[in-house]
Ligand binder design. Structure first.
Ligand SMILES: Cc1cc2nc3c(=O)[nH]c(=O)nc-3n(C[C@H](O)[C@H](O)[C@H](O)COP(=O)(O)OP(=O)(O)OC[C@H]3O[C@@H](n4cnc5c(N)ncnc54)[C@H](O)[C@@H]3O)c2cc1C
Length: 591
């Protein structure tokens, strides 16, 4: 059975050596002293490896079941959920007045990576609750906040997001679910939502559905969609769950992965709902949840890659096959371990350099969220808005690829279920699809985010990269990082220029290159992260601080990314510059 070890040391390095959180002027960051974050991360690591990881295979093999409208989660999930609740892990960054701990988002991200790496299907039950609570916090009335948030913070009540319908996923303007106004100010919600994660289960005493629906007479398309709070059990005057509402789970899906999370068809039959936020501005309110969820899904890509890598590494050290071409390394054994072979090393280095770079990217992104939410920093808000589709799309595509590479290290033993490696690949796959499929993330990036606010956020990104290169130009040991970052950033600028020059007269020229652009951007971000980690490592080595081996390994891993992964930017640019021609050459009926 696979194991999971929380990467506490790496997270501490990022928080303190690279991002220097406790010195940052973001409100709440002063508390993030190394001893404090270490204590939180160690504790989260313990629950991840001892409670959640052992249930990962159980969830996969047992799955959820539906009987008479009741969904049962796999054996052990209920106890584990109670432990997670009792530890206060479900509301780390929610405000204290609603039962949260008011910690910065960045710490929640680090803990979230651990929980997801240990058991993604399980973590989704409280992960989605957090997203729903954030939407209520941002858009709810005082009464709604008081009614729902404390119970959702504790996860006595969980939350869901209901967008998808059978005929509409990406194109939500086609939505049919109706919300009829009632005399008492509530709405009667009728329609069917599909693929609803955690839509029904036995972990909580109530489930608070956030449902997008159309109020009759409103504008056509996406502009006529509003968001509603629809509890499974209606909430009584005293705040306790009362009568059953008109919403029920009609079916749970059988699917490729995340078997431990119930993916439900939800039937709304005149269910009572209450408007959340403004009428017809449902997408705006839902986006609070979706933006958070997109960062969380990017994190899932990283988390599955991390746990798969950890196990591939153990296997590569253990499994004896063949001999090193440079001479036996295990002369007393029948063969050498897999890890002696350069091709296995390549795979492990791909995985390691991705995982550590992605973690830096995600924590840096979370720092921007804190700057924006806690510090009111508009530049940080603009930057994270630009980078959200990159975090979601790039980290989940690459994360999935890395789980496949980890599986490959096991040969045939990775393909059979006994070793548990196929679960990581199967679980990672969904992250490329939900919260907006990755192709749509690329469209959002190129079609909307690049030009947002007159292109000022992408310009700020380029300035930041330029600033980093300038600052580190003459620093001993940094040339091998600065030069590749400069080159990759130039590729990104050239791609942006190509879109500007060609996108207006031929929009297909931009859209045909959007997926490559998202990956090009992702590589530049990871390159920049490796540059920052390299600088922090060199500084620590020069100061004689900490464990020199840790920092030297960082430098070598970063060097690998610069030389073996970052050059992918040239290929992406070359593809982008071919425009729409090769992509659109065939007529639809010629395929
Ligand atoms: C396990 C699971 C859990 C889920 N959880 C939830 C949940 O909790 N709540 C919820 O509301 N939904 C949920 N979903 C639904 C999920 O978000 C959608 O499946 C996803 O958004 C894609 O919608 P679709 O499946 O209808 O695909 P479609 O919209 O039909 O898209 C199909 C393909 O076409 C591409 N495409 C579509 N439009 C365009 C375009 N204009 N340009 C280029 N490419 C395009 C997409 O990228 C995709 O690859 C879940 C799905 C699954 C499988």
């Amino acid at each position: 059975m696979p194991s999971y070890t929380a990467p506490v040391k790496d997270m501490q390095f990022l928080l303190h050596d690279v991002l220097r959180v406790s010195a940052a002027d973001t409100p709440g960051y002063g508390e993030l002293e190394p001893d404090f974050t270490a204590a939180v991360l160690e504790e989260a690591g313990k629950i991840s490896s001892e409670v959640l990881a052992p249930l990962n295979t159980v969830g996969d093999t047992e799955g959820c079941s539906l009987e008479n409208g009741v969904v049962r989660t796999p054996v052990g999930f209920r106890d584990a959920f109670e432990q997670v609740k009792a530890g206060g892990w479900t509301a780390l960054d929610l405000p204290e007045e609603f039962g949260g701990q008011n910690m910065p988002y960045i710490l929640g991200t680090a803990v979230g990576e651990m929980f997801s790496g240990a058991n993604q299907a399980f973590t989704m039950y409280h992960g989605l609750t957090h997203g729903a609570a954030s939407a209520i916090l941002a858009h709810g009335t005082d009464e709604q906040k008081a009614t729902y948030l404390p119970r959702m913070a504790s996860c006595d009540w969980t939350g869901t997001m209901n967008l998808t319908e059978p005929h509409c996923g990406t194109d939500l303007g086609l939505m049919r679910t109706r919300a009829e106004p009632q005399d008492d100010g509530s709405f009667a919600i009728t329609g069917q939502k599909i693929f609803i994660s955690s839509g029904e289960h036995d972990l909580a005493e109530n489930i608070i559905h956030l449902v997008l629906a159309r109020i009759p007479g409103g504008p056509e398309g996406i502009k006529g969609v509003s968001l509603f709070i629809v509890p499974k059990f209606l909430v009584g005057e005293d705040g306790s769950p009362g009568a059953r509402n008109g919403v029920a789970c009609g079916k749970i899906e059988h699917k490729m992965g995340i078997h431990g999370n119930a993916t439900c068809v939800m039937n709304y039959d005149g269910a009572r709902g209450w408007l959340l936020g403004e009428m017809h501005k449902g997408m705006r309110a839902m986006f609070t949840m979706m933006n958070e969820a997109r960062i969380g899904v990017g994190m899932q890509g990283l988390a599955q890659a991390e746990v798969a890598y950890q196990n591939a590494l153990i296997y590569a050290r253990d499994r004896l096959q063949g001999r090193a071409v440079t001479g036996d390394e295990n002369p007393d054994g029948p063969a050498d371990p897999l890890i002696v072979h350069p091709d296995i090393r390549r795979s492990l280095m791909d995985q390691k350099s991705f995982v550590e770079g992605a973690r830096a990217f995600l924590l840096w992104g979370s720092q921007m969220i804190d700057r924006s939410h806690r510090g009111g920093d508009a530049a940080a808000e603009g930057l994270i808005s630009l980078l959200t589709p990159v975090i979601k799309g790039f980290l989940t595509d690459e994360g999935y690829d890395m789980t496949v590479q980890a599986q490959q290290v096991y040969g045939g033993h990775g393909y059979i279920e006994e070793w548990g490696m196929s679960q990581f690949t199967r679980d990672a796959r969904i992250a490329m699809i939900y919260e907006g499929a990755n192709g749509v993330q690329a469209l959002d990036l190129v079609g909307r985010k690049l030009a947002q606010d007159g292109g000022k956020h992408v310009m700020a990104f380029f300035d930041m990269v330029k600033g980093f290169c300038k600052e580190n130009a003459g620093v001993d040991g940094m040339a091998e990082f600065v030069e590749p970052i400069k080159k990759a950033s130039k590729d990104l600028q050239a791609a942006g220029m190509f879109f500007m020059q060609n996108g207006m007269k031929n929009p297909n020229a931009a859209l045909a290159g959007s997926y490559d652009f998202m990956h090009l951007f992702g590589h530049v971000c990871l390159g920049l992260m490796w540059g920052r980690m390299a600088r922090a490592s060199l500084d620590a080595l020069a100061a004689g601080a900490g464990d020199p081996d840790f920092y030297n390994v960082k430098l070598a891993t970063g060097h690998y990314y610069m030389t073996r992964r970052l050059p992918a930017t040239a290929m992406h640019l070359a593809r982008i510059e071919t425009g729409a021609g090769p992509v659109m050459a065939l007529k639809a009926n010629q395929f």
